[in-house]
Design a binder for this molecule. Structure first.
Ligand code: ZN
Length: 686
């Protein structure tokens, strides 16, 4: 591992600024620390609120990430308050946290890290704690102490596993006190602590140790096959991705009975090789390489046992059985090891490994599924390295359960903001690049949904997805190309959608075209085109949506954007009205046929939406002006004025109606039409 330290960048930095720089340097390397793991501190002379000099421990606050940490994420504590605690025998988490809070010098700062005392009890000025992969590969073995000594000699201390808190901090403080010449401490089955009189020295110590550990692991791995023979090779890319798309909704349904999840699929070749190896099943069931991870990953992944993954029916069955077995295992583990007074968490897996096919990770949104993904992408190489060095061993089951049900960690979860209405829901919109489609997409993103934007125009759709992600600060929008007229394109589009987020809860059939001509003059081509998009396109996409929803078995909601013309047709709109009437009638039949599966189908009938609409081309405006005997520039006002409320209809008005129908608020409504037209007497549904 190379040092990335820059003397130039740190020339004008001092104190906490330097700690921020160093923490970010460490946080930027996923081989050192991932997603909120690790922490850092500095001890400096400062002043308290009375202006009196005092020694201050600035420590990373709870809930921040080293990669993006800023000065505001650190909390100052009066060091002289904390040091006497070394003399105590024991302290409960609550006592310790209360005590720490009383020593905080700025109450507006975040809660100090649970490892605050560990930093306080080590005298050096700069302390860094990481979960470096290479260090954990040494410590996650039965003979870790011997191995660590053989690599680093006596200058590195090893502290037995304790859950973070008073006991661990005291153990660290004591080992240092006994041997002040130590240059670092390895927390067995957990991670690394380094220090220095300067931030640079502490950072370089981290790099030096990781480099040594990496070299040792590489030497040990030479000529060995710690994972055994390759039992199941990776299926060809096209085949495994097609399989992934087919089984994702089944898996999502299986694990989403209590709360829906978003999935992420990964088929990295190194990962596939690991999953396909003879010993992978056993090795993956040992535990996480550092306990911090299990809050995201759960203690163990689900390893799907399958002899012939290329058979989708057998694979689906293996997934169902695997999930059932996993849940039962989670219940047994909870019953056997649960600490006092806790309730059981969701028993479903967060990491699902399928030989030949790849890995799915799950979370409440793409970000959460991504965190689980990143953690496991570092877990399997640590398992392999530890297996080459010795054998892979983590903390025991009781300790895993104590960590998973640790009130301190679970308290953090309770501080998260409440989930939005469409959180955990996956929505697919056709014709998403148009005005109405974009407005609907934005409304769903605003309410927490994951949205697959599909359109024939990929460039425009991709741009929209990018804008929505930037605005929302999420990764909840994805774009794909789909031509609703073409069966193959629809099939591929839905497969891609399944790989994006894992399934489908809400389908918005919105793609449409409008061609105008009197029936007498209507060209067969315009007629065919209208039917192809508005009727056949709706049929093909709805079929694909229904199949995915049924594979998932979580019900669903379909909202069809039709038109006021279905209820009150206008002259010269023959092809449009007839094709949209076919769409509407199909939607009603879908409502009848799919109610037993908990799938609702409803319609909105907008009228005269101009904003961003692809429907209102110059040609259409000209023709509508002619049809209504008005000037072209008056077309928009004409449409606004002709409704009872005398108001223009906007994309967001349609989106509001679509959201309502798609939501649980409309749970008892199916087969219904909701007009969004400002009130048109002729178009009242009946
Ligand atoms: Zn840690």
């Amino acid at each position: 591992m190379k040092s990335l330290w820059s003397n130039k960048a740190t020339k004008n930095l001092s104190g906490l600024e330097l700690v921020v720089y160093t923490s970010r340097l460490i946080g930027a390397d996923p081989n050192l620390v991932l997603w909120g793991g690790g922490n850092s501190s500095i001890k400096i002379e400062g002043k308290d609120h009375k202006g009196e000099p005092t020694r201050i421990l600035w420590i990373k606050g709870s809930g921040s990430d080293m990669r993006t940490i800023a000065p505001k994420n650190f909390t100052p504590l009066r060091l002289d308050d904390l040091l006497p605690l070394m003399e105590r025998e024991a302290m409960s988490d609550d006592e310790m946290v209360d005590y720490q809070l009383k020593s905080v010098l700025d109450p507006k700062r975040p809660k100090p890290s649970i490892e605050t005392l560990l930093h306080a009890f080590l005298p050096p000025a700069h302390i860094y704690h990481t979960h470096a992969d290479a260090i954990c590969a040494l410590s996650d073995t039965p003979s870790s102490k011997k191995i660590i000594q053989s690599v680093f000699g006596d200058s590195v201390g090893v502290v037995n596993y304790h859950r973070p808190g008073f006991q661990l901090s005291k153990a660290v403080g004591e080992i240092y006190k006994k041997n002040p010449t130590l240059t670092a401490i390895i927390l067995d089955k957990h991670g690394l602590i380094t220090w220095g009189n300067t931030a640079k020295a502490a950072y370089l110590k981290t790099i030096e140790m990781v480099t040594k550990a990496e070299a040792f692991a590489a030497k040990k791995a030479r000529g060995k096959r710690p994972l055994g023979r390759l039992k199941q090779g990776a299926l060809p890319q096209v085949q495994r991705r097609a399989l992934a798309a087919e089984i994702a909704p089944i898996l999502r349904g299986e694990i989403g009975e209590n709360q829906s999840m978003v999935l992420r699929y990964e088929d990295d070749p190194a990962l596939l090789k690991f999953i396909g190896s003879a010993k992978a099943n056993k090795l993956t069931q040992i535990g996480p390489f550092t306990p911090d991870h299990l809050m995201h990953t759960k203690p163990w992944p689900l390893f799907v046992e399958i002899e012939n993954p290329e058979d989708p029916i057998a694979l689906a069955e293996a997934i169902r059985m695997g999930c059932a077995r996993y849940r039962q295992g989670a219940v047994d583990y909870f019953e056997d090891y649960k600490p006092e007074g806790v309730t059981m968490l969701d028993p479903n897996p967060r990491v699902i490994l399928i030989p030949g096919v790849g890995m799915f990770t799950s979370g409440k949104d793409p970000r959460a599924a991504g965190i689980v993904h990143d953690l496991y992408m570092h877990t399997f190489p640590v398992i392999e390295a530890a297996s080459a060095i010795d054998r892979y061993r983590t903390i025991g089951v009781k300790d895993l359960c104590d960590f998973e049900y640790w009130p301190m960690e679970n308290f953090k979860l309770s501080l998260l903001p409440a989930e939005k209405e469409f959180s955990r829901k996956i929505v697919l919109i056709t014709g998403a690049a148009g005005g109405i489609g974009a407005a609907i997409a934005e409304a769903f993103i605003d309410t927490g949904a994951c949205v697959v934007l599909s359109d024939i125009d990929l460039e425009k759709t991709a741009k929209l997805a990018e804008t929505l992600n930037r605005k929302s600060g999420s990764q909840n929008a994805a774009a794909l190309q789909m031509d609703v007229r073409n069966e193959k394109s629809v099939r591929q589009g839905f497969a891609q959608a399944a790989r994006c987020f894992g399934g489908l809860d809400v389908f918005i059939s919105n793609a449409g075209i409008a061609r105008t001509a009197s029936v007498e003059d209507l060209s067969p081509a315009d007629w065919e085109d209208s039917l192809a998009v508005n009727a056949t396109g709706h049929l093909l996409t709805s079929q694909a949506a229904l199949r995915m929803m049924k594979a998932q078995g979580l019900g669903g909601s379909i909202v069809v954007v039709t038109t006021k013309n279905v209820l009150a047709p206008g002259k010269d709109f023959g092809a449009y009205s007839a094709s949209k009437a076919a769409q509407t009638q199909l939607a009603r039949i879908m409502a009848i046929e799919n109610a037993p599966d908990g799938i609702r189908v409803n319609m909105v009938t907008p009228d005269g939406i101009f904003e961003g609409s692809g429907l209102w081309s110059k040609q259409i405006r000209k023709e509508r002006a002619k049809a209504h005997n008005i000037r072209i520039k008056d077309v928009e006002t004409f449409y606004a004025k002709r409704n009872l409320l005398q108001t223009p209809i906007l994309g967001k008005d349609v989106a509001e109606a679509v959201l309502f129908l798609a939501s649980e608020r409309a749970a008892k409504t199916t087969g219904a039409i909701l007009p969004v037209d400002g009130g048109l007497r002729d178009a009242f549904p009946r």
